[in-house]
Design a protein around this ligand. Structure first.
Ligand SMILES: Cc1ncc(COP(=O)(O)O)c(C=O)c1O
Length: 391
């Protein structure tokens, strides 16, 4: 079981959960802004260009805010690249960058992906599309696998044995690199600075003599640099050293760090089943609304939970999956039908991963501003959403 990375409710402690329909993600614009301010500061002080990884957080009603602070986005394929352009996460300004990486590209999409992207990152020197992208004038990069596992769960470790993500560093022939402007590695997941440093030292040891041939080096995502205990000075020093020594542009592409503690998932107690273990039946579903709870797995923090609390509840989801449960929680107040609950840190890797298994309703999406207390329900889904994905 992975630990939750939530730093607590923050301003959401003041949010009245009855103000939104359930189920609902509520995102605090001010918290996202404060994360973006930290990331902008990292960019300004180190010279790095910071991109949002859309796979983690694609809330396009905040595209304007994100564009105000960051240097662009990274996309996982043609649809995210299209979203980045159409929703103006990355407007066509010279200084903004859209960087796309996919382990492999389809023949039918390579032209469109080239027309949308400034950087195209390939999984191997012989990947389909390299020639096409070079001819189209797109800046091409190679994703390498530094083959250094640093204590991660193998499920979230692109350096795990037999990983398909990135070209293994030890197999790399330096002559294969001549066709690339950039080098990319993404090996971290919710980590502090030290594993990045260790990974960089390995890459530098192996490729140090040719690093100055590149225009850019992309250090991927997984840097939890908006977390309070993150060693930002370490990161700033490393980026400045890389830039000075090799005269390359450094890129970072965090996802989680942009949205960390930026949202909650609000649900309602539909019923209490006291026969077994005080099961609470919610209109939320872990498997549909927060799939990482089951996939990782991890136990999300609950607003108001209390270690020594008087009441113990199993908070269960509304699908038929036996494992559709958020976990066991202690509270000081008794829960009853109609009560609202909220899980913390639910903005990233949630609304991008929802599904309608069992015909469970998709959560609405609300934008709240903790400074002004303004609230907008930006999206509500209905039956059509469910039926239109089937035939
Ligand atoms: C290539 C790549 N870049 C960036 C990210 C963003 O990582 P995170 O959200 O952990 O910062 C991911 C996440 O899987 C990724 O695969």
């Amino acid at each position: 079981m992975l630990p939750t990375q939530s730093g607590g409710p923050g301003a959401f402690a003041q949010f009245d959960l009855n103000r939104v329909p359930t189920p609902c993600y509520v995102v605090d614009e001010e918290k996202i802004r404060s994360n973006l301010e930290i990331l902008r500061d990292i960019g300004d002080r180190s010279g790095a260009r910071v991109l949002l990884a859309l796979k983690a957080f694609s809330m396009w009603s905040l595209a304007g805010l994100i564009e105000e602070y960051l240097d662009g986005c990274c996309a996982s394929g043609v649809w995210e690249a299209r979203l980045a352009r159409e929703k103006n996460f990355v407007p066509p300004k010279k200084e903004k960058v859209l960087s796309t990486f996919s382990p492999a590209f389809r023949k039918e999409e390579i032209e469109e992906v080239c027309s949308l992207s400034d950087h195209l990152i390939f999984n191997s020197p012989k990947s389909f599309g390299v020639e096409h992208a070079r001819k189209a004038g797109v800046s091409c990069g190679l994703r390498i696998n530094p083959e250094l596992s640093l204590g991660l769960d193998p499920k979230y470790d692109p350096c795990a044995e037999n990983s398909r993500l990135g070209y293994p560093l030890d197999n790399l022939k330096k002559e294969d690199l001549s066709q690339f402007d950039g080098l990319h590695f993404h090996t971290l997941c919710e980590q502090n600075f030290d594993p990045l440093m260790q990974t960089w030292l390995k890459v530098e040891k192996r490729l140090g003599d040719i690093l100055e041939n590149f225009k850019w080096i992309n250090l991927g995502g997984g840097h939890h640099c908006t977390r309070e205990d993150y060693d930002r000075d370490g990161l700033l020093n490393l980026i400045s050293k890389i830039t000075d020594k090799y005269k390359v542009q450094v890129y970072l592409e965090p996802g989680e760090a942009v949205a960390l503690d930026g949202g909650i998932l609000v649900g309602e107690v539909l019923d209490v089943m006291e026969v077994t273990k005080n099961h609470i039946l919610l209109d939320l579903s872990a498997t549909c609304h927060a799939p990482d709870v089951i996939e990782a797995p991890y136990r999300p923090s609950l607003m108001g939970e209390c270690k020594g609390g008087k009441y113990e509840y199993m908070l269960g989801g509304s699908s038929c999956l036996t494992a559709d449960s958020f976990g066991c929680y202690r509270l000081n107040q008794k829960l009853q039908r109609g009560d609202r609950v909220a899980f913390l840190d639910q903005a990233h890797y949630t609304m991008v991963k929802t599904n309608t298994f069992n015909g469970v309703a998709l959560p609405s999406i609300a934008l709240w501003n903790s400074k002004t207390d303004e609230l907008f329900i930006t999206k509500q889904f209905d039956y059509e959403e469910f039926v239109n994905r089937l035939s």
